[in-house]
Design a binder for this molecule. Sequence first.
Ligand code: GLA
Length: 725
Amino acid sequence: MAILFEEKKKIFTLETKKTAYQMMVDQYGVLLHLYYGKKINGTAEHVLTYNDRGFSGNINDTGKDRTYSLDVLAQEYPTLGTGDYRNVALVVENSDGSVWCDLRYVSHTIKEGKYSLKGLPAVYASEREAQTLEILMEDAVSKVQVKLLYGVLPEEDIITRSAVVTNGGSGKIILQKAGSACVDLIYGQYDLISFYGRHAEERMTERTRIGHTTQKIGSRRGASSHHYNPAVVVAEQNATERAGNCMGMVFVYSGNFSFEAQKDSAGLTRAVIGLNEELFAYDLESGECFTVPETILSFSTEGLGELSRHFHRCIRRNVCRGKYKEALRPVLLNSWEASYFDFNADTIHNLAKEAAGLGIDMVVMDDGWFGQRNDDNTSLGDWEVNEEKLGCTLGELIEKVTEEGVLFGIWIEPEMVSEQSELYKKHPDWALQIPGRKPVRSRNQLLLDFSRKEVRDYIFDKICVALDMGKVSYVKWDMNRSMAEVFSHATLPGRVTYDYVLGLYEFLEKLITRYPDMLIEGCSGGGGRFDAGMLYYTPQIWCSDNTDAINRLKIQYGTSFFYPVSAMGSHVSAVPNHQTGRTVSMHTRGVVAMSGTFGYELDPAKLSEEEKEAVKEQIKTFKRLGELIRTGDYYRLSSPFTEPYTAWEFISEDKKHMLVNVVITEDYGNPEVLCIKPLGMLPEAVYTEKVTGKEYTGDVLMEAGIPIYPPMEEYPAYCLEFTCK
Ligand code: GLA
């Protein structure tokens, strides 16, 4: 049993293999949080202390007792209006205008299997793999009901949370803030690890102390954004990569979000994640309900590396779906950096010929094949094939490509419209913009109002016409601007940001249902919407528009805190690199790109014969090691932010096959010897290194390490492969 309820004490314990999560319904029906951490044998209600704290309100039920205050107690789903002045999870404006919600326990149910969420992505699992706890809470006056949902996946050390708010009263209410999960860590000193960035430099890591100020990150850009990822780690201050307690929170949502961390006046650390309250005011008529997107929680007592591996497993197995979920992805050649907008059918056909000769599986025709699109100022929304530019029909082009023995993929950006387009001329009101105001321009395109079904359906039909012109095996779904005008002609302003994302999810669900064999790669100016919500529909996401191998070390390092390598779109591109001007060897570029879905972003015709041979070898290596890379346990062995080298490892589940990759990023005269210590090996087993044939026991490598003397070369890379019988 993963979910236990102790009737007498009214304590719930959610148990996973190594962790426990506890909460208690107290004498007033308030749901208090007790514990989240290493698995324990008993219950921890004694951690709650009751003291008179001046200026902290006492709920009315306590009579003259001033020692009970929701301003200092640890809670599961704190609301505004109960005397809790900290950051809360839920803010409700009632029909009388009062902002108040006081939730008390009504009932609960425990079910086999994992709950799902209507219209939203969520972790899924079989009946045997998971259990669900539903706790029904109600405000006795307004009749607002909140169903708190908990999913427990014991084997993966994963707990999920979500909430469904129902307006059980007679008048209209407005949700001003809707959090997905609040975790109150009653004692201890914590750090926040967050992942900030910008276009072409996503998911940089930052570790800061959680103090008495509220630390808040989030997005108000309409998408989860390049700028902050909707996932955080709250770590004890002594937690490291390999040891210590830490908790991760991953929001399964692709739109506006916020995360708040705050140490309260009495020393408790509160972490709240959910929908961003800005640009959000969701009205609910009597009887209507609202589903808050899910948060995936995990706790590790063995440091950040173990925490990441929990999330990797869960996202790979229980979030990603479809034919490609457990399959090696095709090695692809994308036309973007090879020719940008300057191509015709011959260009793509030539890429296919080259690809076939090199062993590349698929060619992707990127942006520029539709409408009058020869640059990024025009034609989004006009999804008619530009046959004049291509020189043939799309069907003919697909045939030419597939005849070379190569799969065909295509780029789309369904959520957008160019002001310079036929669609915009016909339906200017389909774009998100505010009447009487000139819209903010970004890449000269506007967002389509995906909160409206007729808009989505129109675009869906148009895109399907193109996709049905031949065998399309892959789609790159792009999204290249942020939302600025949160205003729709059909949807109330306070609903737009959420309804837009639900519209996007509905579209994606329809697309994967219609084309179950098609691989979809998410993208948003690179990695601007790299989140668990998108991964429910697209099992891989283009990590960044920055393809520079050395910059990618940091981007992929940050991404690896939550997201599996199988989800990270990563390609070898030409040198000098188009984003940084840097030249890095083909070998090093290959090593970095192989720690992802792998592919190429260049024109092979421009490669020397020697480089072509290297590409052929890389593809053979990737085909041989792809399964280990995709499914193996991933270990970060060093940080590119603090070390002059970056090392990481993949080891198979049975621990018999290991790949250690190292890239040296700084050069020194007369350098120090680097010592790489792999992790997770069988200590007594004898491992053989592939190239030298030398044998070592696992503990020798893990404890004494592998010395590397940096050669006189810029950015050298090493791939050390070990096997044991
Ligand atoms: C975005 C993507 C790129 C490319 C261009 C095309 O920037 O991230 O990979 O597809 O759009 O316009």
